[in-house]
Design a protein around this ligand. Sequence first.
Ligand SMILES: C[S@@+](CC[C@H](N)C(=O)[O-])C[C@H]1O[C@@H](n2cnc3c(N)ncnc32)[C@H](O)[C@@H]1O
Length: 195
Amino acid sequence: MRVLDLGCGDGHDLLAWNVVSTDDVTGVDINGARVAAARERFPGRTYWQAAGESLPFADGSFDRVISNAGVPYMDIAKAFTEAHRVLLPGGRLSISVHRWNFTMTELRNCFPKPIPTLFRLYVIANGIIFYCTGRTVRSFTGMTESFQTKRGLRIALCRAGFENISFSEWADGRLVVEASKRKRAGQVAGVATAA
Ligand SMILES: C[S@@+](CC[C@H](N)C(=O)[O-])C[C@H]1O[C@@H](n2cnc3c(N)ncnc32)[C@H](O)[C@@H]1O
């Protein structure tokens, strides 16, 4: 199975995501230093330094897209559109996101330093915008961050073309959302296939 790890960071064990050693894993991260560190830790994977909002892959390149806490730092509408584009029909998206309490903890941790506090207030505002519209806006620093709600995720995923949206909470408190790209007519259930 071809798996894309979006916002792969330094690389991490993907067992919790049911990724097995026979899977063909490609990691993408915007940060070159993190890509280099990931390449050292997991040399058997393929890596690209790229933005999740503009993926350097052809349509239908992957059976699965996963992302562990990478999407909260992206323009989510664009990242979902790209994830949908690079998935095969029937392919699955599985991501963990940041809930509002993550952002509140970050706010408490940085208060009263003015710039970090201002940035956290932007993240809260962006999370509210995401809740209402399923879209995010970029901050005054040029970076994007938001917290995610089920409502906002449903809006953004449906808009990008995903279906079968479901949520689960992992034992460590992570909120995980899964969705799939519509199968082609006549496609066998659960099997993502190349054209
Ligand atoms: C919280 S870290 C998670 C890293 C990794 N997934 C993990 O679980 O350890 C978020 C990662 O997303 C990356 N990132 C942020 N914005 C991005 C973007 N627009 N496109 C791709 N990666 C991005 C960051 O460089 C960072 O490595």
